[in-house]
Design a protein around this ligand. Sequence first.
Ligand SMILES: Cc1cc2nc3c(=O)[nH]c(=O)nc-3n(C[C@H](O)[C@H](O)[C@H](O)COP(=O)(O)OP(=O)(O)OC[C@H]3O[C@@H](n4cnc5c(N)ncnc54)[C@H](O)[C@@H]3O)c2cc1C
Length: 570
Amino acid sequence: MITQQHDVIVLGAGLAGLRAAVEIARKNSEADIAVVSKVQLMRAHSVCAEGGTAAVMQPENGDSIELHAWDTVRGADFLCDQDVAMRFVTEIPGEINLLEHWGIPWSRRPDGRINQRPFGGHSFDRATFAADKTGFFEMQTLYDTLQKHANVVRYDECYVHAILIKDNVFRGVIVWNLTSGECFVLRGKALIIATGGACRMYGFTTYSLTATGDGMAMAYRAGLPLKDLEFIQFHPTGLVPSGILITEAARGEGGYLFNSQGERFMEKYAASKMELAPRDIISRAEMTEIENGRGYIEESGLDYVHLDLRHLGADKINERLPLIREVAMRFDFIDPIFTPIPVRPAAHYTMGGIHTDIDGATPVTGIWAAGEAACVSLHGANRLGSNSTAECLVWGKITGQKAAQYVKAQKAYADLPSESVINDAEASIFKRFTSFGAESSYVLKNELLKTMDTKAGVFRTATELEAALKTIRDIKQRLPLVKVMDHGHIYNTDLLNALETDNLIELSEVVVSGALARQESRGAHARRDFKTRDDANWLKHTLAYRTADGPRLEYMPVTITMWNPVERKY
Ligand SMILES: Cc1cc2nc3c(=O)[nH]c(=O)nc-3n(C[C@H](O)[C@H](O)[C@H](O)COP(=O)(O)OP(=O)(O)OC[C@H]3O[C@@H](n4cnc5c(N)ncnc54)[C@H](O)[C@@H]3O)c2cc1C
């Protein structure tokens, strides 16, 4: 197989990957950098981020980094590592200013300074934004900045299938070029995995179709542990019936939630924060209202509540939430200036991911992970809105710096694994052409999505999770029988779907196993059969290691430096 080589391989060109690539290029102009993405660069899921990026930018008005850290720790239901939270809040204001210098059009206050809006679970208006297209403008700014560096080679529309590791040292990745159909080895000294989240394992989700957890799955197959994957965030305002996100900024700008009896029901669940309580609390409140007959009935079964923006007025909606208005009009044929929006909780964010330390380093020498693919342990059991794009920027920078330093010291490339290992990895991509079975990856995927939606959602029980695990394992058994009918190597989207489905199935087994084992309710993991948080037994991170019989679970302590867990009240 052909081999190309670069000092650093940045796997993923979303906010985390681009920020990492820019940092390496700035820190080490000698470093030869590859940026690999399975889609065109500006089509990474990060362009969908809408509402904002959290940072303390107004200390003179009473905000503080300690307050941002405390909000993050409390929002995380105390499963967040507190040294990580402090590093995060300390570094993110610098990133906001850096993007400003690189040309991002932040929305402004009347006096010309950067504006900030309220977001759920934050005690201060902290979400820095560019209308409701924040992710798009952040991506565009990083892309423009990356263009200034000559030492970056892009591999767009190249699917990475496997990570090559020998003697616990990174060696390279196996790549399938979707546009030419060729497979090749990309050899490197360092790898930064920035492949995003995995919530496409759910049917009702806010994610782009491409967010299939590939990086987490290939890391897991290569022997790296996944951390806290049972914690899946459900966003309270997924548009019914498509699941497209209605940003939290809609509530940040003053939107109300109503049940079918016309009540602003959040008063019963979080009287002080109301619609700006953390997402886990609002999602449970919505599902409780719906389950108790106070939702609106949808024939598809996606019963919903109303998000009402009418009182904000046309001017504010058009200035602050233009995308939301456009989405509601295009996909539901309603204009939020005149009509409430139908919403319900939608799978939105993977709190867990590839286990890293505070620098984003994984247990394998030469491999770092950043962004949603990673679990540096910032979000714990429940992420606060606007903290994710911020995390991508901070750990994009940190992992970029670390990788840049590392490759400077590595004079030579480490040996690749044997040819048979590489050939086997390539064969594992195309083996579906010769399968004797008649299973369809589309059918298996639909079974998976239905199972995850109905049995591993906002509320969970042992009975449902056991049933989900049984179905997932049954689907897993049928995977070798998947046959891909299109045998072309170029732009074979049937084959791509089969590979992505493998990844989602692998990861859903980890989500459900972790959720079944965790006999408590914490943050986004709400067990009907274990209703309260149990710090005595469960104040610990889950680590999942791959074995032939399914994930082996181990646990590690949470780092507590400032605040002992207390009851979470809003
Ligand atoms: C609709 C929506 C709105 C959101 N709004 C906000 C917000 O306002 N504020 C906030 O803080 N957070 C928000 N979030 C969360 C946030 O957008 C994401 O967590 C973040 O953008 C993830 O960035 P990332 O760089 O980790 O990954 P991504 O942006 O998902 O990028 C992943 C990259 O990896 C590449 N890749 C993946 N697999 C492979 C493979 N096998 N081979 C090659 N390349 C691969 C992809 O092509 C892509 O380039 C939102 C999420 C959603 C769903």
